[in-house]
Write a protein that binds this ligand. Structure first.
Ligand code: G1P
Length: 316
């Protein structure tokens, strides 16, 4: 376990609700990216290409998450993949032939882009042989994570935190309190059945202590409209909890149920992050990500604006 010497040891909280947080301040070095799902919501695009490899503007969806991990100080990524998804590993690996070709052609921009992807983080992968759920996928990463707190990124969710990456917002809370932290956002009531939903006690400034959680509640039964979005910092005790977690919503072993079991033995926090989320596991979310991120990119912004204005004029 790595501790940041610049942060004083002990419980670093004035909040009575968090007095039982360990305050151990380990730095988050490793992130798990569950990427074994079939991606049925994105068919037919995801038939032969992993949904995580579909392009948003100029890079695959999953690269946004890996870049966020790198800028949040994470050094090592554990991919949980499945048969037919080898291209994800290849994407983050060095590509000697391609690099040699680009070098010979003097394509410096291409070469830099290719080298950059392979140098963001160290990547290791494990396979999920059967689609037993998100909780099961995270448990498979245990041997590669070890006994330290770790991050989880659901790669479908692109998080644009601007100059403050959403994972960095979470790891700061973790560094201070030492317990698990889940990224949350308020959703309209009718959307709660699509998410893990939390019942919480507010602590301060968008920080909450989790009291209960439920994965994909039936319509009208959600305890709140605070929904889990695809970023977590978890203590390694979640692995024990997941080992005894039974299949839940959708007949799958759910990460939400594993974290829920943790609540009996340790505090779990939820942070309403500052930033914008794009759900790239849905058609509209994927389209929105392409449009908004192209508008935000100085290289494509002006042309995208003109294109949209023209398209809207013709559609009216
Ligand atoms: C998963 C989680 C859910 C979370 C959601 C966020 O569900 O199980 O708790 O709210 O991601 O995108 P999925 O979208 O994989 O069904």
């Amino acid at each position: 376990m790595v501790t940041d010497a610049s942060i004083p040891a002990g419980s670093a909280t004035d909040d009575p609700e968090l007095a039982d947080c360990p305050g151990a301040f380990p730095r988050i070095r490793v992130a798990v990216f569950p990427a074994a799902g079939l991606g049925t919501r994105m068919l037919p695009a995801s038939k032969a290409i992993p949904k995580e490899m579909l392009t948003v503007v100029d890079r695959p969806v999953i690269q946004y998450g890996v870049e966020e991990a790198a800028t949040s100080g994470i050094e090592r990524v554990v991919l949980v993949t499945a048969s037919g998804k080898e291209s994800i590993e290849d994407h983050f690996d060095a590509s000697r032939d391609l690099e040699a070709l680009l070098e010979a052609k003097g394509n410096h921009a291409g070469l830099a882009a290719v080298r950059r992807v392979a140098s963001l983080v160290t990547v290791a992968a494990v396979r999920q042989p059967r689609a037993l759920g998100l909780g099961h996928a995270v448990l498979l990463a245990e041997p590669l994570v070890g006994r330290e707190p770790f991050a989880v990124f659901l790669p479908d969710d692109i998080m644009d935190g601007g100059s403050d990456p959403v994972m960095a917002q979470l790891t700061r809370v973790h560094a201070r309190h030492g317990c698990s932290v889940i990224a949350v956002e308020r959703v309209p009531d009718q959307e709660t059945p699509r998410y893990g939903i939390l019942d919480v006690t507010p602590v301060r400034d968008g920080l909450h202590r989790v009291r209960e959680m439920v994965e994909k509640p039936a319509p009208g039964t959600a305890p709140s409209n605070l929904a889990i979005m695809g970023r977590y910092v978890l203590t390694p005790s979640v692995f024990e909890a997941l080992r005894s977690t039974k299949a839940g919503a959708g007949g799958e072993i759910q990460l939400t149920d594993g974290i829920r079991a943790l609540l009996k033995t340790e505090p779990v926090l939820a942070l309403e992050y500052v930033g914008r989320r794009y759900d790239c596991g849905s058609r509209i979310g994927f389209l929105r990500a392409n449009v908004e991120l192209a508008l935000a990119d100085p290289e494509t912004s002006v042309a995208t604006k003109e294109m949209l204005q023209d398209a809207l004029r013709r559609a009216m």
